[in-house]
Design a protein around this ligand. Structure first.
Ligand code: IVH
Length: 666
């Protein structure tokens, strides 16, 4: 081995070790300056000798080439969520259900970190892929950004192949610094560390993600057999040994009373942590019992998330304003004396509808209790009647639209009042704002204020006009500079390439959400084909109901819409589906989603080869046989698992049958 190559290896080893000591163990053995010096030495070698740069080099932590988008990938096993408990009563009920099913258990209590769930895949001890949760089935490949999180090991201490899951988050200190910086640059600060973490992980430029100083705690693995663990606590200890960062505040509890003590302790202490938590996760500790209980469609039966009660503060209601949504729904909004609640300042809160205002007897001038529902959306909880001023005013909704003065109607079966004037300006502006929003065309920099000005200056009347804007159109707007205007023009240009589902969603067709937009785009592939489709054909598609089908047909038959689409086409706005077809993503229909147990000795392959192949086909390989096991593959000398499978009547294959299936599929 050349001298340089051996130096590179030494640098890798040292940098990985120092990095681990600093970011995982929180116990550095060398000063930062020494780390920096070695890192720079490695960066320089890699610049001069790119052949030495490897996927797991410590230099990948600083980020690399920016990407143009994130690829969508299917999770090997779905990323589920947890059901919630909000009270001691909920917890006791959960405990009872568990004891009824499997008897007395031990619990594992863990902090519920307020960040984003990610899955990390390792093959032969190397970090190869990191996905966001996405919709639980399909996530986005954010491997490059995740590599910049120093606490994620790029190489494990053992050559193991498996997937771990954890919560990526932004420590409070990094969050405060980031927002300070944003305010200095006159950029919109993030509302809370969770949003900041989400925004950072969605950066296409991993160098930017690297600067955001995210962290992670790993909380589960999707296959316990790989670690030979029989309990959650053992699994977490083994994850520690492999080099992962797990949360050390976890604690075993022998009974639900111990769980409640743990919760009380952390309800008091949560502010002393350097990161945000939004609850406590309680899991049955023993894996065998977990497997016996299994899952519902959405979540495991053996775990629950206790959510801390939302913080409540008092404010005063100064006024009630009306806002008109893109579908014409008129929503009363509380204008409040600004107050801090759950990390941000709140000065507005939705009051939803007139019925609710009267039910809660909310009057203008009242002192009201505010909280954030799900810690995000501000809400008026109740009025403090003792503090009602004498001149508090009862509120009545107007009979006419405050924007266009068209009469408001109450559609049967709906509580909301609606403006049904299709030319109502407020609705049109909301439609434009929707069109540029993230899940639609995602045009960066084109915020509400700018859209409003452009509309009122008659520069845009419909969504297609956005693509006709020039820099000169933007420059006269308030707080607009040369650079900002150019960035917006670039963002508009870039958005033209968005895959069809974004355009469909952006058009704001009634009843058409993000998911159905994708289904349609995937099914019909081009806008032209969509124009050919009949209502009957639409209804045949899974996920498309009668209401949506009708709404879509009516929309596409409208001549104004047809000319709008032409106008978009003239500006080369993409009208084809560019994504990956979900139906073509890995996995084999025969094995995908099946729960399979391997037992006994295999002769022609190793256990882990068999496991890996089954997982590639989308199967879930577990360790113990339960009623929900779909298939048991039994090698030689299979013992109690095989007996159990027989008693349940589970399908059983021998090794030869597995090999036959492999030959068929491969
Ligand atoms: S276990 C089947 N443990 O809370 C899901 N989740 O719905 C198993 N979370 O999205 C999750 N800290 O991202 C687990 N110690 C912890 C957690 C945790 C945070 C998040 C997780 C999930 C949500 C629960």
């Amino acid at each position: 081995m050349g001298e340089l190559q051996s130096r590179v290896q030494t640098l890798h080893r040292l940098l990985h070790q120092y990095n681990y000591e600093y970011h995982v163990q929180d116990n550095p053995s060398v000063p930062d300056s020494e780390y920096d010096q070695l890192l720079h030495e490695l960066i320089e070698i890699e610049q001069n000798h790119p052949e030495f740069k490897t996927a797991d080099s410590p230099t990948v932590r600083i980020g690399g080439q920016a990407q143009s988008s994130f690829e969508k990938k299917r999770h090997d096993t779905p990323m589920l969520s947890l059901s919630n408990a909000f009270s001691e009563e909920d917890l006791r009920r959960f405990d009872q259900r568990i004891r009824d099913a499997v008897g007395q258990v031990e619990y594992m209590c863990e902090l519920k970190i307020d960040g984003l769930a990610v899955s990390l895949k390792y093959v032969d001890g190397k970090f190869v892929q990191g996905l966001t949760r996405g919709d639980g089935t399909i996530g986005e490949d954010i491997t490059e950004n995740l590599k910049t999180i120093q606490a994620i090991p790029l190489t494990l201490k053992e050559s193991i192949s498996f997937e771990v899951r954890g919560e990526a988050y932004m420590p409070r200190q990094s969050f405060l610094k980031l927002n300070e910086q944003k305010e200095k640059n006159e950029e919109q600060p993030f509302a809370n560390p969770r949003n900041a973490a989400a925004g950072s992980l969605r950066q296409l430029d991993s160098k930017l993600a690297a600067s955001r100083k995210l962290d992670i705690f790993i909380y589960s693995i999707n296959d316990f057999t790989e670690l030979d663990a029989t309990s959650q606590s053992e699994a977490l200890d083994k994850l520690d040994q492999l080099g992962f960062k797990t949360n050390q505040e976890r604690s075993k509890a022998g009974s639900i009373n111990d769980v409640i003590d743990y919760i009380e302790y952390w309800t008091e202490k949560r502010e002393s942590l350097v990161y945000d938590i939004d609850g406590i996760v309680i899991k049955v500790n023993q894996i065998e019992l977990q497997e016996e209980m299994g899952f519902t469609q959405k979540s495991p039966r053996w775990a629950i998330a206790y959510k801390f009660p939302a913080e409540e503060v008092v404010s005063q209601l100064h006024d009630i304003e009306l806002s008109i949504g893109r579908t014409g729904v008129v929503t009363p909004t509380a204008i409040l004396e600004p107050v801090r609640v759950a990390g941000t300042t709140v000065s507005r809160a939705s009051l939803h509808n007139e019925d609710l205002i009267h039910e809660k007897d909310i009057r203008i001038g009242d002192h009201v209790v505010i909280k954030k529902a799900g810690d995000i959306i501000p809400e008026v909880v109740r009025v403090i009647l003792d503090r009602r001023p004498d001149d508090a005013k009862t509120y009545h909704m107007p009979t006419h639209c405050p924007s266009c003065e068209h009469e408001l109607v109450r559609i049967e079966g709906e509580v909301a009042l609606r403006c049904i004037n299709p030319k109502c300006q407020a609705q049109l502006v909301e439609g434009l704002i929707h069109f540029v929003s993230r899940q639609a065309m995602n045009i960066d920099g084109l915020g509400t204020k700018i859209i409003e000005q452009l509309y009122h200056n008659h520069l845009i009347k419909d969504v297609a006009d956005i693509f006709y804007l020039t820099k000169e159109d933007l420059l006269p707007l308030e707080r607009m500079g040369e650079k900002k205007a150019q960035n917006i023009i670039n963002a508009i240009e870039k958005s033209k390439a968005q895959s069809l589902e974004h355009l469909l969603f952006g058009l704001g067709i009634r009843h058409l959400g993000v998911k159905a937009s994708r289904v349609l785009a995937e099914e019909y592939e081009t806008m032209d084909q969509l124009f050919e489709v009949t209502k009957a054909q639409l209804i045949e598609i899974h996920d498309i109901g009668e209401k949506l089908a009708q709404s879509l047909i009516t929309y596409l038959e409208n001549e104004d819409i047809q000319s709008l689409i032409k106008k978009l086409q003239q500006q080369n706005v993409n009208m084809t589906f560019k994504g990956q077809k979900l139906s073509n993503v890995e996995g084999h229909p025969e094995l995908s989603g099946k729960t399979i147990v391997l037992t006994g000795k295999l002769k022609q392959m190793t256990r882990s080869e068999a496991t890996n192949w089954l997982k590639l086909q989308g199967a879930k390989v577990t360790s113990s046989v339960t009623k929900s096991t779909d298939l048991v593959i039994a090698g030689e000398d299979a013992g109690s698992k095989l007996t159990k499978a027989k008693s349940f009547g589970t399908t059983i294959w021998n090794e030869q049958e597995l090999i036959k299936k492999q030959n068929e599929i491969n």
